[in-house]
Design a protein around this ligand. Structure first.
Ligand code: SD4
Length: 320
């Protein structure tokens, strides 16, 4: 039973049973499946997600299958295999997933497992926890059949070694503007929403650092009544405003998805005087299919797919 059905049933069942039926019908009525994701590689992820969505697959399977394409691609250096490592050369991955029932699973600081999003899904479905980190997450993954493998490709290793050579004694972080985290939001043919977010985090981060991507409400949030939102960019700043949750709540209050994304960015911009040296971008998908996307700085792109269309769109930055 949908949460909304339950609420409706609880509130008005005695008075107006026909209304309840009508409402269930509205929820179940068929919709145009859609996939919305961050960055250029979102196109391929959407394509995979849409294969499922267009054959009556559910949104949860679609978002998982979609982002797994990015996780498995060694040329995408901010997600999964081939991700840029931390300061010490270790690839550490963060991911989360949410379904239409408000269930959530997440892993952080996971090493040597190519598909953190699938481990996150297992956490959601097989445990009563939401988040596993580090060695615990890895042991859990191995117990559930995930293969241990080296995720540091030669290309990422060479780039890391080059970065290390240039590193000054006081530097703690590497480049922070090289973002490509994938957040993917989808709606299936019965109107249900789901989302996934997966990343190797900031390049050359301090070992142990976890960003927004595996944090429910920061990197991703889904409320099947209202909509879904996902983030990419400087995770610390997304966490501080609970960015994705904020966007869904703003949509609940009546903000259009686009305005909700901008307002969430405004909260961050408002915390900083003058020049912002980092990027954050959000995407949002409202229950009725309207979407929004906004970024602090220029350069952000999102991929939107519905029907047989799958297109990349550029977003103007709010401050440049
Ligand atoms: C993080 N949000 O770990 C991620 C970084 C990112 O593409 O988006 N990279 O903070």
């Amino acid at each position: 039973m949908e949460r909304r059905d339950f609420i409706k049933t609880g509130l008005i069942s005695a008075a107006a049973p026909t209304l309840i039926l009508a409402d269930v019908e509205t929820i179940k009525r068929s919709r145009n499946p859609m996939a919305l994701s961050t960055w250029n590689h979102g196109l391929k992820a959407n394509e995979e997600a849409m294969k499922l969505l267009l054959s009556q697959g559910n949104a949860l399977d679609a978002v998982e299958a979609g982002v797994k394409i990015s996780e498995a691609d060694p040329t995408i250096q901010s997600v999964g295999l081939g991700g840029r490592p931390d300061k010490d050369g270790h690839v550490t991955l963060d991911a989360c997933i949410m379904d239409s029932q408000g269930n959530a699973g997440s892993v952080a600081y996971l090493q040597d497992i190519k598909h953190p999003v699938s481990v996150a899904r297992k956490v959601m479905e097989l445990t009563d926890h939401v988040m596993l980190v580090g060695q615990g997450a890895k042991s859990f993954a191995i117990t559930h059949g995930f293969k241990e493998e080296n995720l540091l490709t030669e290309e990422s290793r060479t780039a890391w070694l080059k970065w290390k050579k240039k590193l000054g004694k006081k530097d703690d972080l590497g480049p922070n503007d090289d973002h490509d985290t994938i957040s993917l939001l989808a709606q299936d043919s019965i109107g249900n929403l789901a989302g996934a977010c997966t990343t190797s985090g900031l390049a050359y981060k301090i070992p142990g650092r976890v960003g927004d991507s595996p944090i429910i409400g920061a990197g991703l949030f889904v409320d099947n009544e209202i909509g879904a939102a996902g983030a990419t960019g400087r995770g610390e700043e997304v966490i501080k405003v609970a960015g994705s949750f904020l966007i869904v709540e703003l949509m609940r209050q009546g903000y259009a998805p686009q305005d909700a994304c901008k307002e969430a960015l405004g909260r961050t911009i408002g915390r900083h005087d003058g020049e912002l040296a980092f990027q954050i971008a959000y995407i949002a998908l409202r229950k009725d299919g309207e979407i929004g996307a906004a970024a602090i700085r220029k350069g952000f792109k999102y991929a939107l797919s519905s029907g047989n269309k799958n297109k990349l769109h550029s977003v103007k930055g709010i401050i440049n």
